[in-house]
Design a protein. Structure first.
Length: 262
């Protein structure tokens, strides 16, 4: 069974962190409705949704992906690059503790989960304003006993690695090659985003289906032409907070060995 941890939209989301897009008014009521539709789609695709309550003093806290990296063997609790977001990890760690042994990124490492793309036993970590080489080395040391390869990937022009590239099939990545180089992902096939939709590389793969933002119909058509089952969802208000479909959930298999926190 897949579990999807989500969090209700913070009433202060209009005060969110922004790096690469201009600030626009956010309709809170619409954001809440869109997030509920997103959660309903997670359920439809077989996930058991574990919804956490809103954190009114944490504007970005709906973006739970940034707080942890969840693998079969353990969960790595991140140290987000934006200092204002670091308190978000406390409740995420508590939610994950029944399912995984926890490991924590330590200072001076910083990493957002949105910078981490897992493809089988390759863990790609974006080198961005939010994630640094110290954290990448900590992740590498933690995962070395489990046979993972941890690869740092330079990213330009966007907030996170998964703003530029995500997995849409076992051997296929959806990519904006302007923001991240295909050469970083050896052995993979690629579908490029439509040039008029530079932010369209963020897709959420669940099983063989993809949750995908309704704001990128031209790239969605490309996915469908490559036989990728696309389930569109409108997340326009969350996109104004520099969010996307991957960052609103932490999805993992329920079965794992539960160990002590380290």
């Amino acid at each position: 069974m897949h579990i999807a941890i989500t969090r209700q939209v913070s009433p202060s989301i209009a005060d969110c962190q922004l790096s690469y897009i201009p600030r626009q008014p956010i309709d809170l009521d619409l954001a809440v409705r869109q997030h509920a539709q997103y959660e309903a789609l997670l359920t439809r695709l077989g996930c058991q949704v574990l919804q956490l309550p809103a954190q009114p003093q944490m504007p970005d806290s709906v973006f739970v992906e940034d707080a942890a990296i969840v693998l079969e063997e353990l969960a790595i609790i991140t140290r987000p690059g934006a200092p204002s977001r670091r308190a978000e990890t406390l409740s995420i760690a508590a939610a994950l503790e029944p399912y995984r042994r926890l490991v924590f990124i330590e200072e001076p490492g910083t990493v957002d989960g949105g910078d981490v793309l897992r493809v089988d036993h390759s863990i790609y970590v974006g080198i961005t304003q939010r994630s640094n080489l110290h954290a990448i080395e900590q992740i590498r040391q933690v995962l070395q006993p489990y046979g993972y390869a941890v690869i740092g990937v330079p990213v330009t022009g966007c907030l996170h690695l998964k703003s530029a590239v995500t997995q849409v099939k076992k051997d296929t990545l959806l990519i904006n090659p302007v923001w991240v180089a295909k050469a970083s992902f050896a052995g993979m096939s690629f579908i490029e985003v439509h040039p008029d939709e530079p932010h369209a590389a963020n897709a959420l793969l669940i099983g063989e289906s993809v949750i995908y933002p309704a704001s990128s119909p031209r790239t969605a058509k490309r996915l469908e032409e490559h036989n990728v089952p696309v389930f569109a969802v409108d997340v326009s208000e969350l996109e104004k907070a520099e969010g996307a479909v991957t960052c609103c959930s932490l999805i993992f298999e329920a079965d794992a060995i539960h160990g002590e926190r380290v």
